[in-house]
Write a protein that binds this ligand. Structure first.
Ligand code: GAL
Length: 654
């Protein structure tokens, strides 16, 4: 599509699961299907090193040779998400510990604590050995570290080694225990410490632990994931010029993905639209029914837009759902055409490669019920035809580029951690708040970049939404001050300090924006307040002092959106109807064209093309185009948009 960037398909393959006799046939069938890249190795530690120090690379050499001979490029994973059994014998205290004190034992995967120094060194060693052997191998075109950090809720561990490492982290962050006591407000409930080694983990307290303590532990845990990953990157980078990537997951906030991405050359993520719809997209019952076999129409796009920014303009889908998965509460099969739609949607958002998980369905182990592109007996599964079609279409599609969206949504991991530590209402969820705003922008047909709250230039954006930001750093405030677009801040912006205490006054503290928040309330679902122009505000509502004009009010007169033509502040969490109005008005004020998209139809603009994607189970029409269920259309944009190529640029090259 874009000159210089190859858009390709890939697949995840497990040579260690199959007799060597079928590898060559697999490789040539992959190549014939139009697959160009194959990820291998990420769970194979027990076969690479069956006993401590006994290295068996020969089979991996032959697997790479077989794939390479078929013209396939290899992405090699470090196998550190699956420490072998002997590793646990060697380091019995390396296992992660859950919040209830349960030890996360051997027998599945991700059974390690990020703070265990011994295991971290074992990971350094295996990454080094792999990089020594394959670092200069031209068939290895990229490296993947570990697999889905934080998956299965593993970023947080309450082990003894986590506790010791947390005490060190506190000593480094605060310098003196007195400074820590002040920062956390430990005068409250006599929680003062005299020494860092007295500090425990914020768990199993009688009632809630101090939210500042919880936030510090979340920050520490995020830093531990970043540190763990960096060790592997350093070892690989010393020995290989191939880019390093990690495969993130959907809706995971256990660590700061922006911070971790700084050590990667680009990022990847794993997209399972049907599993996500039923287990984490926050979909309503009606949405689950309507989109059961298609996935939530905005959930994949949200992560493409988020991770593209993490990758400084470059991302892949490392795992794409190929049929029913095995891990959601229910696991339906995709509607015809959806594999193609998901792939094209990823490309429209800038993905360079989309890899299917997995080549062939496993006939053993935990994921036997998870589809592949082939059935366990090697016959084609339903999805293979879609993949071949996308491969053909990729060859035909003109250069479409990827545009930076004209709109931005700020997504900030520290804010996610803060509001998890102190939600105030049981259903106040930072991801859900951001996702609601994102969905409203998508329903208006807008293309979006999801960006961190840093000092980046907001100049290219006509509309910037900043929900739920814990704290507005000076750099971010400066960016907002110089942004010429329309900015909508709030709710819950600037209501806490970096240490989760209460600033005086509370509020976003923006230049020429006289507004303070006096208090906030959370509301149960049955207590939403209707708005004068339709829709409602619920879950969260602030009381403010300001002379700024109220643009939206509740029926009984409480201001919900206030401000002028440049900056608006939301005092509460509007429902979809109200958000649609707020977003559309803000976009129209900026002369951004908005669309009336029917439920399930979405668009994404690239530099040169508009993509139309139909997630609905029936044909949908808009502006004279009709898109079939599961269908994708693309058309050249009238005028190529000159908005740069992807969010941020300057990624290291593959
Ligand atoms: C992913 C994981 C894969 C596989 C897949 C099944 O989260 O990275 O290893 O388990 O899910 O859908």
């Amino acid at each position: 599509m874009t000159a210089g960037v190859r858009r390709t398909l890939g697949v995840c393959y497990y040579p260690e699961h199959w007799p060597e006799a079928v590898w060559a046939e697999d490789a040539s069938r992959m190549a014939r299907a139009g697959i160009r890249r194959v990820r291998i190795g990420e769970f194979a530690w027990s076969r690479i090193e069956p006993r401590p120090g006994e290295l068996r690379f020969e089979w991996l050499d032959r697997a790479i040779e077989t794939l390479g001979s078929a013209g396939l490029e290899v992405v090699l994973g470090t196998p550190t998400a699956t420490p072998p059994r002997w590793m646990v014998d060697r380091h019995p205290d390396m296992l992660g510990v859950g919040a209830g004190g349960e030890v996360r034992g051997f027998g599945s995967r991700r059974h390690y604590c990020f703070s265990h120094a011994g295991y971290r060194e074992e990971c350094r060693r295996i990454a080094r050995l792999l990089a020594e052997r394959y670092g200069a191998d031209p068939r290895v075109v990229a490296w993947q570290t570990d697999n889905e950090y934080d998956c299965h809720d593993t970023a947080l561990s309450y082990s003894a080694c986590a506790r010791a490492a947390f005490q060190d982290w506190c000593a480094r962050r605060y310098g003196t225990v007195e400074a820590l006591n002040t920062a956390w407000g430990n005068a409250f409930w006599s929680m003062d410490y005299q020494r860092f080694d007295q500090i425990g983990l914020p768990v199993r307290t009688v009632t809630e632990p101090n939210p500042a303590h919880v936030l510090a532990f979340r920050r520490f845990s995020s830093d531990q994931v970043v540190r763990f990953n960096r060790v592997q990157c350093d070892e690989i980078r010393k020995r290989s010029g191939a880019p390093i990537v990690h495969n993130f997951m959907g809706r995971m906030t256990g660590f700061d993905h922006h911070a971790l991405s700084a050590d990667l050359d680009f990022v990847a993520w794993d997209s399972y639209p049907l599993g996500f719809l039923l287990d984490r997209a926050g979909a309503s019952q009606a949405e689950k029914e309507r989109f059961l076999r298609q996935g939530h129409p905005d959930f994949q796009a949200f992560h493409h837009d988020l991770y593209r920014t993490c990758g400084r303009g470059r991302f892949w889908v490392m795992e794409q759902q190929p049929g029913p998965v095995n891990w959601a509460p229910w696991n339906p099969a995709p509607m015809a055409g959806m594999l193609r739609l998901w792939a094209w949607e990823a490309f429209a958002h800038g993905a360079e490669t989309v890899c299917w998980f997995r080549w062939r369905q496993a006939p053993f182990g935990q994921e036997q019920m998870h589809a592949g592109l082939l059935l366990p007996d090697r016959r084609p599964a339903a999805g293979l035809a879609d993949v071949t079609r996308v491969a053909r279409e990729l060859d035909e599609l003109p250069d479409a580029g990827t545009a930076r969206g004209p709109c931005a949504l700020v997504f900030d991991y520290p804010s996610a951690h803060a509001w998890e530590a102190q939600p105030h209402g049981i259903d106040f969820d930072y991801f859900a708040l951001c996702f609601d705003l994102y969905c409203a922008m998508r329903r208006a047909g807008l293309s979006i970049d999801i960006i961190p709250a840093d000092g980046r230039d907001l100049g290219p954006y006509s509309l910037v939404m900043v929900p739920g930001l814990l704290e507005l750093s000076p750099g971010f405030r400066d960016s907002l001050a110089t942004c010429a677009g329309r900015i909508v801040v709030g709710p819950r912006a600037g209501l806490r300090t970096d240490e989760l205490s209460t600033p005086a006054p509370m509020g976003p503290d923006l230049p020429d924006f006289p507004l303070t928040v006096t208090h906030a309330e959370s509301l149960p679902p049955f207590a939403s307040l209707p708005l004068a122009e339709g829709g409602a505000v619920g879950r969260w509502l602030e009381t403010i002092e300001t002379e700024l004009e109220a643009i939206e009010r509740t029926v009984d007169g409480r201001p919900v959106l206030v401000g002028g033509c440049r900056i608006g502040y939301l005092t509460g969490w509007p429902d979809a109807q109200a958000l649609d109005r707020i977003v559309r008005r803000a976009a129209q004020a900026q002369e951004l064209p908005v669309l009336d998209l029917p439920s399930g139809l979405r668009v994404r603009d690239t530099r040169t093309h508009r993509f139309w994607l139909n997630y609905a189970p029936e044909p949908l029409a808009c502006n004279g185009r009709t898109v079939e269920p599961g269908g994708v259309l693309w058309e050249p944009l009238g005028e190529p948009l000159e908005r740069g190529s992807g969010a941020g640029g300057n990624a290291r090259g593959a």
